[in-house]
Design a protein around this ligand. Structure first.
Ligand code: FMN
Length: 363
């Protein structure tokens, strides 16, 4: 019996199966951050393809929080309106629309991957902007002397928290049912968490309590505006993979997960790395699953596993063996938007999982 196709209950939300489309940047907006037809077709196809949750790419809570000028954003009502039909379509297909709320911090203001993924600076490029950092102490490829890297002041931090609150309110009005706080992959919130990048000496730096303060405060404001019957996820990097220096690791992740649960987070989406080019991740199928599994075992909070999951049986085994509650799939869903339908065929033999329009192909 397939566990991947069992219902996942989070608060009052019933997710029809344990398979989610992992957030994946499409770099396909104009600099205005508005969702386009590309997003509608891209996310809509994956909803047709049987994912229980379809998550948007990292969606910037303020313009400064975009990775590239082509990133998706949700900093105005117009942005929410552009996302509304997407959320509605996902729901019509029986999926749960989710949005990842993000701030790129130090890793913002870059060209798109296919244009080199290189930092662009306001002195040289009209589309560039000043980026925010917990402490601009240089870490490659950045340089502490770069005038366009701004050490976040207390006002900036308050601004980021307010931007998250407003973004969550707008996400709700757009029809999303899950809000995910992006605190992974070396972006702003992760930069605060990790002693490898946070050299602050105020209440947001130094001790575990101080470094985790911003993530806790952001989670708290998102939880405040997100209805009691709907879940909030937090994506973290379970480790920086930087064993040779003070950094973020699985023990701190476990402790943070417990605290986030107390603040009302419902699921920790466990990725890893992305903070520093010296990272030394293990890689391969399921390589991040042990991180998710440990957080689940030691805190009891629901977790999502992601990374190198490409086969239906592999995904099913992760859930069946109690290693995670949800399986997020990224690149395999790019290769095959109907991965969820393929998995349903292989594991559940339920032709009714297919959209009615396509059923003659499988009956
Ligand atoms: C094209 C692309 C864009 C991505 N964008 C995001 C993103 O916006 N937010 C995020 O948390 N992770 C992002 N990721 C990471 C994926 O969500 C996922 O964690 C990673 O690809 C590992 O899963 P996979 O092996 O199933 O692809 C991205 C990955 C890819 C391939």
């Amino acid at each position: 019996m397939s566990e991947l196709f069992s219902t996942l209950s989070l608060r009052d939300l019933e997710v029809p199966n344990r398979l989610a489309v992992s957030p994946m940047c499409q770099y396909s907006c104009e600099p205005d951050g508005l969702a386009t037809e590309w997003h509608r077709v891209h996310l809509g196809s994956r909803a047709v393809g049987g994912a229980g949750i379809v998550m948007t790419e990292a969606t910037a809570v303020e313009p400064r929080g975009r990775i590239t000028p082509a990133d998706l954003g949700i900093w105005s009502d117009e942005h929410a309106k552009a996302l509304e039909p997407i959320a509605e379509f996902v729901r019509e297909q029986g999926g749960v629309p989710a949005i990842q709320l993000a701030h790129a911090g130090h890793k913002a203001s870059k060209t798109r991957p296919w244009d080199g993924n290189v930092p662009i600076r306001p002195e040289e490029d009209d589309e560039a902007w000043e980026v925010l950092s917990p402490s601009p102490a240089g870490y490659p490829p950045f340089d502490g002397d770069d005038p366009s890297i701004r050490k976040a002041t207390p006002d900036d931090i308050e601004g980021v928290i307010d931007a998250y609150r407003a973004a969550a309110e707008r996400s709700l009005s757009a029809g999303f049912e899950v809000a995910e706080v992006h605190a992974a992959h070396g972006y702003l919130l992760h930069e605060f968490l990790s002693p490898a990048t946070n050299r602050r000496e105020d209440e947001y730096g130094g001790s575990f309590e101080n470094r985790t303060r911003l993530v806790r405060e952001v989670t708290e404001v998102v939880r405040e505006v997100w209805p009691d019957d709907k879940p909030v996820f937090v994506r973290i990097s379970g480790t920086d993979w930087l064993d040779d220096r003070p950094s973020w690791d699985i023990e701190q992740s476990v402790r943070l997960a417990g605290e986030l649960e107390e603040l009302g987070a419902d699921l920790i989406d466990v990725s890893s790395g992305g903070l520093h080019p010296d990272q030394n991740p293990s890689g391969g199928p399921n390589f991040q699953v042990p991180l998710a599994e440990q957080i689940r075992a030691e805190t009891g909070i629901a977790v999502g596993a992601v990374g190198g999951i490409t086969e239906p049986e592999q995904a099913d085994a992760i859930v069946r063996n109690g290693r995670a509650d949800l399986v997020l799939v990224g690149r395999e869903f790019l290769r095959n938007p109907y991965f969820g339908l393929r998995a349903a065929d292989e594991l559940a033999d339920e032709p009714e999982s297919w959209p009615i329009q396509y059923r003659r192909a499988v009956e």
